[in-house]
Design a protein around this ligand. Structure first.
Ligand code: NAD
Length: 539
């Protein structure tokens, strides 16, 4: 649709607290000078709070456990301690589950409009606090300013979208066909009880918020465990919902190791459903281990090895920019990151030249709080080792480095986990085309045909995102029909495989990337936190 005279040329606006705020999404990354100023001020404020001691939240109270803590250092500069959090144990999780069980009956029988009103207020508070949250995100996980601000907007919009779904469906109570005179029948979706929510570090606010809001809006109580690499953002999400008025015990925060805190959530019979986002290894353990005595719902969203196909008829400039953004945005540390490309041999060299020049031009490496930075650090030492080992392996096995491939250790990079974005031309049989690395190392292989590209793209245990660049409509349709992936894109310059947004582009994996076949951010998500009750009333 053509823009109207009134809106043409203006950024798309969305309602926020105190009027209207520009809509920063992963596609627009439209940071304004006003945002820059507010963000810079927030960075200065957050600097004064670094190294603070935080708590868990159990039954609406701040909770410190035994006093033992764990610390998280900044990947930007490991001399900076970002936070100290209680090292929770199994007893803390049991207390949290018990408070959630006590809170469940009242919360689940609260009219859904009251629940959505509280949760919407949580979304408003997240927007109100967005600049400080974005600054924390830079220090805690190394995300740059535009992507952090987009993620915070995404978190708020996820809450609003799931509230919309609850309201549009009128609380999921539907009258069915009457079986006879003076008889009524209904179908109603009802919450399960207490959900465990286990989140990863890479979208520390949006993913935690999406899973939690889905469970809460449906009327469940929640015990939430953030990643130990991003506990501040997890804490801030809980604070927003608690400040918004979620009653005591409805939302509980437990922090600590996956092996104890996470495991208790998985094993405790007081948990009625479990929603997890993270790696395939941990996710499959949860999938197999959670429901022992009888079936219980488990939602696991897992990793990806997301391919892009570039055909001979593609707009190569569009393809190069889209692949660069999807491969190197947040250092390839997105489950949606493009990590392998199959390009037609006839256009391969031209595509690689363009990809190299986009990477050279756009991927400014540095402190993520700085405006010009595109690529911040990797999350930790383990990720740097994964990158270095993969680069060495690619070199050893005859890979041609078109760009990058080195760990950065001097000057401003000396105390952080910085690496160059890497583009490697390699044989498509190599294991680097199969294993998720979660670092900015993109492997590219030449292919003889579209059919070969499709076969290789589908030859993966994962099935999360996939993209195609082609000028041929038939190829595009075949791609959509035959690609084994839950999130697909054609000819997208803003990102070959990235860019999901609530209500716009839903997000979830097939095969080893996800267990339910229903995407987050979409119209079928909230229903998964409820079970159907059929009712027959004789009047
Ligand atoms: P991870 O699997 O290591 O950890 C995820 C969460 O699980 C953390 O909170 C961790 O503490 C917890 N955990 C670890 N062991 C556990 C156990 N035994 N029992 C219960 N909980 C346990 O993943 P990560 O490193 O935090 O995140 C990166 C991974 O997440 C990548 O594989 C990425 O692709 C994936 N991811 C997927 C999506 C998606 O939507 N599909 C989104 C983001 C990230």
């Amino acid at each position: 649709m053509a823009p109207s005279k009134r809106t043409r040329g203006k950024p798309k606006l969305k309602k926020g607290v105190g009027g209207k705020v520009p809509r920063i999404t992963y596609a627009t990354l439209a940071v304004t000078p006003k945002d820059d100023e507010a963000y810079d001020n927030a960075v200065a404020t957050v600097r004064t709070k670094l190294g603070s001691h935080f708590t868990m939240f159990i039954n609406g109270e701040k909770w410190t456990s035994t006093g033992e803590e764990f610390s998280h250092v900044s990947p930007v500069d490991t001399r900076i301690v970002v936070s100290y959090f209680p090292k929770g144990n199994r007893d803390d999780v049991r207390s949290a589950i018990s408070s959630a069980r006590d809170a469940f009956p009242k919360w689940s029988s609260t009219p859904y409009k009251q629940r959505t009103a509280i949760l919407r207020k949580g979304a408003d508070l997240i927007i109100e606090r967005r600049y400080e949250l974005a600054a924390w995100m830079a220090f805690e996980v190394g995300k740059n300013r535009a992507e952090s601000l987009a993620e915070i907007n995404e978190a708020a919009e996820l809450i609003r979208y799931y509230c919309d779904q609850m309201e549009l469906n009128k609380g999921f109570l539907r009258q069915l066909e009457s079986p006879g005179p003076k008889q009524e029948t209904y179908s109603v979706l009802r919450p399960f009880g207490v959900w465990g929510v286990i989140a990863p570090w890479n979208f520390p606010l949006a993913l935690a918020t999406g899973m939690t809001a889905g469970a809460l809006v449906a009327g469940n109580a929640v015990v939430f465990k953030p990643s130990s690499d991003s506990p501040v953002l997890g804490y801030e999400m809980c604070r927003a919902f608690i400040d918004a008025g979620t009653p005591r015990g409805v939302l509980n925060l437990v922090t600590g190791p996956g092996a104890t805190v996470g495991a208790e959530l998985q094993e405790n019979s007081g948990i009625d459903g479990l929603v997890f986002t993270g790696s395939k290894a941990v996710g499959m353990g949860i999938y197999h281990g959670f429901a022992k005595d009888f079936p219980k719902p488990v939602i696991t969203e897992m990793g990806g090895k997301d391919p892009a196909i570039v055909t001979a008829s593609a707009d190569l400039d569009q393809a190069a920019e889209g692949v660069m953004k999807a491969a190197f945005g947040f250092g390839g540390q997105k489950c949606s990151a493009c990590s392998r490309v199959y390009v037609d041999n006839r256009v391969k060299e031209k595509f690689l030249d363009l990809l190299k020049s986009y990477t050279q031009k756009h991927v400014k490496i540095g402190d993520p709080t700085r405006k010009e930075t595109f690529l911040g650090p990797l999350i930790n030492k383990g990720a740097v080792e994964t990158y270095a080992n993969a680069a060495e392996e690619a070199r050893r096995d005859g890979g041609r480095f078109v760009y990058g491939g080195n760990v950065l250790t001097s000057g401003e990079f000396a105390n952080g986990f910085f690496v160059e974005p890497a583009i490697v031309d390699l044989s498509p049989q190599h294991r680097l085309f199969r294993d998720e690395l979660f670092v900015p190392l993109l492997v590219v292989a030449g292919v003889e045909s579209f059919e070969e590209a499709m076969r290789l793209a589908n030859d993966s245990e994962y099935g999360l995102c996939a993209g195609i660049y082609s000028g041929n409509q038939k190829e595009i349709q075949t791609f959509f029909d035959q690609i084994q992936a839950g999130v697909t894109y054609a000819n997208r310059r803003a990102g070959a495989t990235t860019g999901a947004w609530p209500g716009v582009n839903s997000f979830g994996g097939w095969k080893g990337s996800g267990s339910t076949g229903k995407n987050g951010l979409g119209p079928y998500y909230v229903q998964q936190f409820m079970r159907e009750q059929s009712r027959w009333i004789v009047k």
